[in-house]
Each structure stands twice: as structure tokens, then as C-alpha cells.
Design a protein around this ligand. Structure first.
Ligand SMILES: *Cc1c(COP(=O)(O)O)cnc(C)c1O
Length: 455
């Protein structure tokens, strides 16, 4: 086996890490993970770390879960991969049926892919082609723009970057992107001068209505992260916002794309976030937690109405010509089936309710912290926004990398977290025991103190 030292050298020599300033990365002793046990990761030097971000928001039941391991091994004894292009495979059929059974009523069709970005990209393309093939299309119909929410994150392919709104990630690609109209995010921490938060949220509803009415005739679809905008900094929308988006998009007949890549599979308290406002979207995009955080499988669910617009003889040219090589991968689908079964058997959503309550109690300890500007929580998704001055909402200097300091301070104490800028993110796995959640809070709160105190 390679030594820790060799691995570090080769990592620095060859691996380009995503979303990572690589010059600084090479100066830091980042843990190299070799194994895991339950909710802990273990590095090549044998150090154990509590996984405080569900291995980037995807792990559900912990690591090396006997039931999921067995399902993947069992599938391995049958076949690891076979294509869905012109063939079918057993686990992908069983999983599609199970997803349809659990998703909001009316989502009956499942298109597989392999990441959150592709799940959304598929929905963007399906919606676009649907608009050209819809049976009631008028000849003057010319739809070329998407409605999106400010600060949105839907992935890193060019299509999903187009509907994204995080300048730090997206600004560089401006010339490559297609047209969108953004409505302001009702979850923003900083609101325009002279407005209270409530006034700002009312303003957002008016802007939403205005944008939908004004652009209805050119809108391909409305894309939204339901209830919580993840990468924007865990921005929690006020109750009723998603419902308002659905009502308006129904009124103006604009397909709604719900990107539940982050919020799906229990993180907001229900299996899917849309359930909380009785919303049935036209497209439901799933990835991260779908396989329990085991394998890259994604799914885009849609309705008969959309699906039917793609039917007809092959020469009619209505086919959806899109697909990824590993679409419907049997190993991944087997893991997903096992994960869904565990949701029932282990009553995972009841655990999420317990964790949510405990988190709310623990977060209250930070209410008077001089450097905690805002605490946002929905279910077990948490964003703690650190600021230089909580009265003026003055941010820390970016070069200080306060959020990153929290990561380093937590890591020294045996906990893995990853912030979004200066927003400290807590994303415990839905099945994490409450005792471990307490440890996560203890360590992260200490790390916040340390990171804000240093010069
Ligand atoms: C992570 C994320 C994506 C992208 O998923 P990948 O698997 O990284 O491509 C898309 N949408 C949301 C809301 C996400 O949080």
C-alpha cells in the first residue's frame, strides 16, 4: 500500500480538486480518506473525522451501511453495468417504480442520468423541446428564456450555469450562457436599505408576479430550488413562496422545474421539499441523496403530459436525443433501492424531526454571538453566516477566509465541515444519531470562536 507521504505527493502532482483554490490547497495537509465507519471518515494516517456535511450533502444512512453494501455486492454478482439505450435493466425499472410511488402524485416518468447537473440539464432540455412539440403550440410561439431565482445553483454544466446566479462561480462564462430572467431571492440575508425583512419578502412576491406575467409568452420553464437555496448559502424561503411560484406558473402555463438535488431525501423534514407546500412540479430533479450517497445516479421525473409530447413515429422527429453512457447504472440503482427501503425500516424521517429540533436548540446558543450575523435552518440544513459586525452586517474581508478557518479549526478537532464563503454549513446525514449531532455542534461552535478570534 502507498504511504501517506507518497499519496500526498501524488495528490499534489496529479489531482485537480473541484471548487478548490489549488495553490493554497497544496500548502495544507488535507486529510486523504481511506475508509469510513458509520458517520466517521478515516484517513490514511488512521485519524477519524465526524462527517459533518454528509460527504457534500449526499450521504443519508452513514457509510458502509450493511444493507446498501449487500445490495451493491448482490448486484455486482449479477451485472455491474448494461446500457439503457435500446435495452432495459432490472434495478432501473424497480427504482423508477419506487420513485414514482414516493414522489408527488402525477410524476410518472423517470429519465436517468448521473449527477445533479445532468438531472437539471435534462429537465431544461426536455422543457425546451416540449415547448416546440406541445400539441397546443401556437405558430407565433417562440420561447427562448428561463425564469430563475437570484443566487440559484443548479450545477456546473453550461446549461445549468446559465440558470445559475452565483457570480463567483458563473460570471466567467457570461458569453456562453443562454437567456434567463432572474427574480430576487426571498431568502436573502442582506435586504435593500429601508426595507424590513417582511417588506422585502413582500417585494419579492410582487417581483415574482411581475416577472412571470411579463415574460410568460417567452418562458420555457421556471427553475427553482424548493424551500432552500443550498449553494447560495442555505437561504431559506419564507413559507408560501414555493406555492406562489406554482400557482403563478400554473396560471400562465409555464412548466416548473423543481431542483431537489440538495433538498430531496429528507433534508428539509419530508422526503421531498415540494410536499411541504403541496406542490407537484412538472419536473423533479434528484441526485445527491438518491443512492444514500453511494454512487452517481440521478433522475429527472416528469408527467405524462410532457412525456406524451415526445411520442410519435420516429420520422416525426419528436424523440429526446439525449443520454449519458452510465444512465440507469444497475449498481447505483440497487444502492438507491436499498436506501429507500432503509428510509422506511429505520424511520429516517422521524430521526430528521428529532435532529431538526435538537439543531434548533443548539443553534439558539449562537443567537448573541458577536460574529454570527444570521442563522438559517430548514430541517437538517443549516447555514451560519459569520460577519465582522452583526449590527451593520459588515462581512469579514474575503482574504481572511474566515469560513475556511472554521474548516481547519474543526478538522483539528476531528470534524469535517465545508463552508460556503463565510457561511458555515452543517449538513448532518438524515440518519445521524443525536449524540453525534451534539458533538458536531460542540466542535463547530468552538471552531467558529477560534476562527473569528484570530487576527
Ligand atoms: C449539488 C447541486 C447540484 C449539482 O449536482 P452535481 O451532482 O454536483 O452535479 C444541482 N442543484 C443543486 C440544488 C445542488 O445542490
Amino acid at each position: 500500500m502507498a504511504t501517506a507521504k507518497e499519496l500526498r505527493r501524488w495528490d499534489n502532482a496529479h489531482v485537480w480538486h473541484p471548487f478548490t483554490p489549488m495553490e493554497e490547497y497544496r500548502r495544507e495537509d488535507t486529510p486523504i480518506i481511506r475508509a469510513a465507519e458509520g458517520f466517521h471518515l478515516i484517513d490514511v494516517e488512521g485519524r477519524r473525522y465526524l462527517d459533518g456535511i454528509s460527504s457534500l450533502w449526499c450521504n443519508v444512512h452513514g457509510h458502509r451501511v450493511p444493507e446498501i453494501d449487500a445490495a451493491v455486492r448482490g448486484q455486482l454478482n449479477r451485472v455491474a453495468h448494461s446500457t439503457l439505450l435500446g435495452l432495459a435493466n432490472e434495478p432501473s425499472i424497480l427504482l423508477a417504480r419506487e420513485l414514482v410511488r414516493r414522489a408527488p402524485e402525477g410524476l410518472t416518468k423517470v429519465f436517468y442520468s448521473d449527477s445533479g447537473a445532468t438531472a437539471v440539464e435534462v429537465a431544461l432540455k426536455l422543457a425546451f423541446q416540449y415547448q416546440q412539440q406541445r400539441p397546443d403550440r401556437s405558430t407565433r410561439d417562440d420561447r427562448d428564456l428561463y425564469l430563475t431565482v437570484g443566487g440559484a445553483y443548479h450545477g456546473d454544466t453550461i446549461g445549468t450555469v446559465s440558470v445559475g446566479g452565483i457570480d463567483l462561480f458563473h460570471a466567467a462564462y457570461g458569453p456562453l450562457l443562454f437567456r434567463t430572467v432572474r427574480v430576487p431571492s426571498p431568502g436573502s440575508y442582506r435586504v435593500p436599505a429601508g426595507m424590513t425583512r417582511e417588506e422585502y419578502q413582500q417585494f419579492c412576491l410582487r417581483e415574482l408576479e411581475h416577472a412571470v406575467r411579463r415574460h410568460a409568452h417567452r418562458a420555457v420553464a421556471f427553475v427553482i430550488e424548493p424551500l432552500v437555496q443550498g449553494a447560495a448559502g442555505i437561504l431559506v424561503h419564507p413559507p408560501g413562496y414555493l406555492r406562489a411560484v406554482r400557482d403563478l406558473t400554473l396560471e400562465y402555463d409555464i412548466p416548473l422545474i423543481a431542483d431537489e438535488v440538495a433538498v430531496g431525501f429528507g433534508r428539509t423534514g419530508t422526503l421531498f421539499a415540494c410536499e411541504q407546500e403541496q406542490v407537484v412540479p412538472d419536473f423533479l430533479c434528484l441526485a445527491k441523496g438518491l443512492t444514500g450517497g453511494y454512487l452517481p445516479v440521478a433522475a429527472t421525473l416528469t408527467t405524462d403530459r410532457i412525456f406524451d409530447a415526445f411520442l410519435g413515429p420516429p420520422e416525426a422527429g419528436r424523440t429526446f436525443f439525449h443520454g449519458h453512457t452510465y444512465t440507469g447504472n444497475p449498481l447505483g440503482c440497487a444502492a438507491a433501492l436499498a436506501s429507500l427501503e432503509l428510509f422506511d425500516r429505520n424511520r429516517v424521517l422521524e430521526n430528521v424531526a428529532r435532529l431538526s429540533r435538537r439543531l434548533a436548540e443548539r443553534l439558539a446558543e449562537l443567537a448573541d454571538h458577536p460574529h454570527v450575523g444570521d442563522i438559517r435552518q430548514k430541517g437538517i440544513m443549516v447555514g451560519i453566516e459569520l460577519v465582522a459586525d452583526r449590527e451593520t452586517q459588515q462581512a469579514f474581508a474575503p482574504a481572511r477566509r474566515t469560513g475556511h478557518r472554521v474548516t481547519l479549526a474543526a478538522r483539528r478537532r476531528g470534524v469535517i465541515v465545508r463552508p460556503l464563503g463565510d457561511v458555515v454549513v452543517l449538513m448532518p446525514a438524515p440518519a445521524m444519531p443525536v449524540e453525534l449531532l451534539d458533538r458536531l455542534c460542540d466542535v463547530v461552535f468552538e471552531a467558529i470562536d477560534e476562527a473569528c478570534r484570530e487576527g
